[in-house]
Design a protein around this ligand. Structure first.
Ligand code: PR8
Length: 485
């Protein structure tokens, strides 16, 4: 690990060293304990789980407007799992099986859900009777299991995904299902905007769509090492699962029709994105909205003076005022030296630190230190609450601006041939629709084809246009490619 000793702390270098930085941050900021003895399976620390819950709180509040939360079983009978052919093909190598109860072989092997289509849709069949039952929109946040054979990584590529948010919808018509896809895209945009995470939205190429879907739309964020990470997907299932599981409804005119379906998912990769995109050499940098502690108050007392009752009291009063105003404030009146406290709360990404010392008290003021840029300002004690509210908003804006700057600096447009394209970040180039050309680009450049940009007005303007495929020169469209997680 690259480390620089400074007076009170050890700094972690994020640039050019992302992978080590990431693992070290998970440990030092107490997000995830990676010592659990099963590959691809990890333990949430309390602090990490609080962060996770605040992030998922935003997701829930967005979903709850139009979806209802449910909870389906984790075990799926073999027969159900195997019913949809495309779906099975996509998942068969990734399924964990339960084959014994105690020492007795089970009659029917049970799969640990890799995702829940085949658990949920047989139940949709009995829930849905008439057009009055539609649209049906449900979601659950559950653990799912995938026997990933690629390199596993905490929060990013898991064998037990602990926070799989999956939404499933059924509609009377294809048009309704497509309208739902647009709503889901808008919902996810809103979600990632609130996390200050920039993204590109693309239509995945046909060979990379979700098994059983007609088409898949994906959100990709950019990690600090220049690799893209798929942070959300939205799938139009059409009638394929409805035909397989016989999910029909009686329309107004008495006709019996198949429903049209969509599903869309997000995992704890969204937490990984928050950590990776915003963090710096001092640790986490959290958007205030999701920071478990938004403000930490540190009394400044010098060792010669010992504890000062007045300073402690002033800190306590400030902390209580902030809490009363609904701000997640914490008073660190432990015996540690201020330097050690700064280090801990910087590592944990607390957006704002308030320092109060004897001299501040004499002047009826305190000092604010912003986590994102360490900017200091003096604030009269009587203005603390409104100034904190204002400063937290400002911090959020700064974090977002910085993230966008670095994101757009890493999106390149290529006009010509493939040579010289092996750059960091996301590159757009012309490609025809054939799988052969797509796979060749992937192989030669060591990238993944993310797909054609969708739904982003500015992007569409910027990226529109047709040109010769970089492989076969036939008519092609502009698509994004990137090395991907
Ligand atoms: C569906 N069915 O399943 P999806 N570790 C961490 N995150 C992961 C992993 C993994 N091993 N695999 C996928 N993800 C559909 C939609 C119900 C909901 C994350 O879709 O297979 C990725 O960000 O595309 C992925 O976009 C999301 O879960 C949904 O998984």
């Amino acid at each position: 690990m690259m480390q620089h000793k400074t007076e009170t702390k050890t700094i972690l270098q994020k640039e050019n060293n992302f992978s080590e930085w990431y693992n070290e941050i998970l440990k030092r900021a107490e997000i995830l304990d990676i010592r659990y003895p099963v590959k691809g399976v990890y333990v949430w620390y309390p602090y990490g789980y609080k962060l996770r819950n605040l992030i998922y709180g935003i997701l829930r509040s967005l979903l709850d407007k139009e979806h209802e939360e449910v909870l389906f079983p984790m075990l799926i009978p073999e027969k159900e799992l195997m019913m949809e052919k495309e779906h099975v093909k996509g998942f068969e190598d990734e399924v964990f099986w339960v084959t014994k109860g105690g020492s007795t072989e089970l009659d029917i092997p049970l799969a640990l859900r890799p995702t829940s289509e085949t658990a949920i849709y047989p139940v949709f069949k009995v829930w849905i009777r008439s057009h009055r039952d539609l649209p049906l929109r449900i979601y659950q946040i559950v653990n799912t299991f995938r026997y990933e054979t690629k390199h596993t990584r905490p929060l990013i590529r898991l064998r037990e995904i602990t926070s799989f948010k999956e939404a499933h919808t059924a509609h009377a018509s294809r048009a309704d299902a497509e309208a739902q896809i647009k709503k889901a895209v808008a919902l996810y945009k809103n979600f990632f905007d609130q996390l200050a995470i920039p993204y590109v939205i693309t239509r995945r190429p046909d060979w990379d769509k979700f098994p059983g879907a007609e088409y898949s739309t994906a959100f990709d964020a950019l990690m600090p090492d220049g690799r893209a990470m798929q942070i959300a997907t939205i799938h139009l299932l059409g009638e394929s699962f409805a035909r397989t599981f016989d999910i029909v409804y009686e329309d107004k005119d008495g006709a019996v029709k198949f429903v049209n379906q969509t599903c869309y998912g997000i995992s704890e990769r969204c937490v990984a994105a928050v950590i990776s995109v915003h963090g710096d050499d001092h640790g986490l940098v959290l958007p205030p909205e999701v920071a478990p502690i938004q403000v930490v108050i540190v009394p400044i007392v010098f060792s010669s003076e010992g504890k000062s009752a007045e300073v402690e009291k002033a800190c306590f009063v400030v902390c209580e005022e902030l809490k009363k105003a609904g701000i997640r404030a914490f008073l660190d009146n432990s015996d540690e030296r201020p330097g050690a406290k700064y280090y801990r709360w910087e590592m944990k990404g607390v957006p704002l630190r308030i320092e109060i010392g004897p001299r501040d008290l004499r002047n009826n003021r305190c000092e604010f230190v912003r986590r994102n840029d360490f900017k200091r300002m003096q604030v009269p004690l009587c203005d603390v609450v409104p100034e904190v509210e204002r400063t937290l908003k400002e911090i959020n804006d700064c974090i977002y601006e910085r993230a966008k700057e670095s994101f757009f600096a890493n999106i390149h447009k290529s006009e010509g041939a493939m040579e010289g394209l092996r750059r960091k970040g996301i590159v757009s180039l012309f490609l025809c629709e054939s799988e052969r050309c797509g796979k060749e680009v992937e192989e030669r450049l060591g990238v993944n084809v993310l797909g054609e940009a969708v739904y982003e007005d500015e992007d569409e303007e910027r990226e529109k246009g047709e040109g010769g495929c970089v492989i076969c020169s036939k008519e092609g469209k502009r698509v994004y490619v990137a090395r991907a997680y």
